[in-house]
Design a protein around this ligand. Structure first.
Ligand code: DON
Length: 312
């Protein structure tokens, strides 16, 4: 297989990856957010977006699902643009926590420093680093970054947001712990509210594949042609953070087996970045114990190995 296969070859590869895993019936939908528990577990989609702007899809790729933790990538990119990589590393961090995505213990073990912008504590802290005069400007800038990275008309789902805002007690506690450790840079409940909203937008696999391709292309969105992120300052730092913590406690296994920067969300989405070549995104709701889509990880792994895209 050549390193830049044509569209027909890519279609064959993703059709094969989906067919291999569509009947893999392992894992459970996230149950702690009522909306997510109700999404049909059989849904399964896979998309590729190339740096030339081609999109190749298989399966349930028009189904719009909650972005959840994949939103952390967009907000991290925005904070890196706003305050720069040194401030993000100093105030939030760039190390894996080795603990679940919503861990309070990880904070306690490191004097309140979150370590990673891709776990809940670090993501809430990252929200607070975004430059904004008030709550609604903070939200508007984060939503705009999701739109610019995906090239899609991303909107907040009032249903998902309602489901999350009325059950996010753990994240509210994390926000106050961050505040007490002086690791939060706006009002704690504002940061938690905006973090919850950013997780509650709807995307499809096509949107996520374009987001991954934008990161693969040094911050240029292949659909819109816009330079969304500065190539040298932001994209490499986002990819480094994804490699360290993108799939939570499975990030090491993911690096070992797939070898690409990735990011998952409890809505069932997963994306992976092939630098200089493409973005790959998958969706299927049942999750493993770490909170990552079972079929999504397998399908992306199969595509990456078929195309020989393991970076290592
Ligand atoms: O903070 C939460 O609980 C969710 N809104 C997002 C978490 C998430 O997606 C973790 N993922 N794998």
């Amino acid at each position: 297989m050549p390193s830049k296969p044509d569209k027909a070859q890519l279609q064959e590869v993703i059709d094969c990856a989906r067919a291999t895993y569509i009947n893999l019936d392992e894992g459970e939908n996230a149950s702690y957010i009522p909306f997510l528990a109700r999404v049909p577990r059989y849904l399964c989609g896979l998309s590729i977006a190339t740096l030339d702007g081609d999109i190749i899809s298989a399966g349930d790729t028009d189904y719009r699902f909650a972005i959840e933790s994949i939103s952390k990538v967009a907000t991290l990119a925005l904070a890196l643009e706003d305050v720069g990589p040194d401030a993000v590393q100093k105030k939030v961090g760039a190390d894996p926590t080795g603990l679940p995505f919503n861990s309070v213990m990880a904070l306690e073990l490191h004097n309140g420093k979150p370590l990673s912008p891709l776990v809940n504590a670090g993501a809430i802290s990252t929200v607070s680093l975004v430059e904004a005069a008030d709550r609604e400007e903070r939200w508007a800038r984060i939503l705009l970054m999701q739109r610019k990275l995906t090239g899609g008309d991303i909107v907040l789902s009032s249903e998902v947001n309602g489901s999350e805002q009325t059950t996010n007690f753990h994240n509210r506690a994390i926000s106050w712990l961050l505040y007490s450790a002086e690791a939060l840079y706006c009002d704690p409940m504002e940061a938690c509210d905006i973090y919850t909203r950013q997780c509650s937008t709807l995307v499809d696999t096509r949107d996520l594949a374009v987001m991954a391709a934008t990161l693969a292309g040094g911050g240029v969105n292949p659909l819109t042609g816009e330079q969304v992120l500065s190539a040298d300052r932001t994209s490499p730092k986002v990819l480094a953070e994804m490699m360290m913590e993108g799939l939570y406690t499975s990030s090491g296994d993911w690096a070992y087996s797939v070898g690409l920067p990735g990011k998952s969300g409890v809505g069932g989405g997963v994306l992976a970045v092939v630098p200089g070549i493409m973005g790959i995104a998958a969706f299927s709701p049942p999750l493993d114990d770490a909170g990552n889509s079972v079929r999504g990880q397998k399908m992306i792994g199969k595509v990456a190995s078929a195309l020989d895209y393991n970076l290592f």
